[in-house]
Ligand binder design. Sequence first.
Ligand SMILES: NC(=O)c1ccc[n+]([C@@H]2O[C@H](COP(=O)([O-])OP(=O)(O)OC[C@H]3O[C@@H](n4cnc5c(N)ncnc54)[C@H](O)[C@@H]3O)[C@@H](O)[C@H]2O)c1
Ligand SMILES: [Zn+2]
Ligand SMILES: [Zn+2]
Length: 393
Amino acid sequence: MKAVTWHGKRDVRVEEVPDPVVQQPTDAIVRVTTTNICGSDLHLYEPLAAFMGVGDVLGHESMGIVEEVGADCGELRVGDRVSIPFQISCGHCWMCERQLYTQCETTQVRDQGTGAALFGFSKLYGEVPGGQAEYLRVPQAQFTHIKLPDGPGDDRFAYLSDILPTAWQGVTYAAVPDGGTLVVLGLGPVGDFACRIGQHKGYRVIGVDLVPDRLERVRARGIEVVDLREHESDLGDTLRGMTDGRGPDSVLDAVGLEAHGSPVTTFIQKAAGLLPAAIAAPLQQTAGVDRLNALYSAIDIVRRGGTVSLSGVYGGAADPMPMLTLFDKQIQLRMGQCNVKRWVGDIMPLLTDDDPLGVDTFATHRIPLADAPDAYRAFAEKRDGHIKVQLKP
Ligand SMILES: NC(=O)c1ccc[n+]([C@@H]2O[C@H](COP(=O)([O-])OP(=O)(O)OC[C@H]3O[C@@H](n4cnc5c(N)ncnc54)[C@H](O)[C@@H]3O)[C@@H](O)[C@H]2O)c1
Ligand SMILES: [Zn+2]
Ligand SMILES: [Zn+2]
């Protein structure tokens, strides 16, 4: 089959790889009909390259049709239409019983000290072949799927595997009080959806980014935006000025480890990137790969006693944290990979013909799998309006 494979920093290719086969009774094979490129793939494209292997199949936002099931796949049947959550979880362990699917004790990657295995997401998360491919092997398939109705096109459900639940969890963790204000940092696909969800829930929402077409897209839905290019040095004061001088109740960081405007860690990342992977990987894990600018902004912007929610992925360990400010402002901080199936019941009722979240028109590009390398480049450079790219294998 054809698949998008990782070959090096900023080097992904589409090539022939062996078809996946059922290896365990709990495996299923899905024929992928739509699979998206995610902001998280960009971390693998560049800063987390040290954790990738040449030939790794990328992708963790897939949906399609079940082609084959192992003997122990529960209710899942050949021919079912499914979305595949980006994390692999069993559904019956202690963590899964508590709906902490990203911490599944059956699939935790213990040799790396990380949580549940993820599709297409580096050695840190089990090096499981991903779904930017014609076919996907789904381990723990009895639970790692969301059944979809037939009828509406793929656009309707294309974001259930990751970014829609991620935005939902991010907004939920932001704990915005009734009638309160939510600031969303970063208006990529995750931040954009978070703004729409916050608006749907009746909060005042203010989005921040520095890419004109991303700002415009959110503004067009009647959401207030602040252009970081105009407020690089006074973002906190600007947002306090818009919120009675106090600051917003909640801030969601939908930027993550590649934030614009953090020169020191950019240097460390670049330097680590020049080292062989065996040396760079431990350095990046301990010395910090993160550019914390967005997180620092969030801590500054949020009002005293407010909540900061992190959806953006962070990875380092030794970056300095402004503990005095966090403590003094009495800030609550919540974060983590999204426990996808935890939120599906809340989101499904919004995926209707009247489309309150605008999922049917959310993708900016729908392209053949073969064009993935160009799309990765364009999305990484935030060029030509590349906001959400669907690949059609
Ligand atoms: N927690 C999860 O389960 C989960 C799931 C999916 C994605 N993510 C993470 O969420 C983050 C966003 O994903 P995406 O697909 O929207 O990515 P993206 O890269 O398209 O979006 C990031 C946006 O942040 C903007 N930005 C950069 N620096 C900024 C700053 N200092 N202040 C404000 N905005 C800034 C960029 O211009 C860009 O538009 C990534 O870190 C991704 O890995 C997490
Ligand atoms: Zn994703
Ligand atoms: Zn589990």
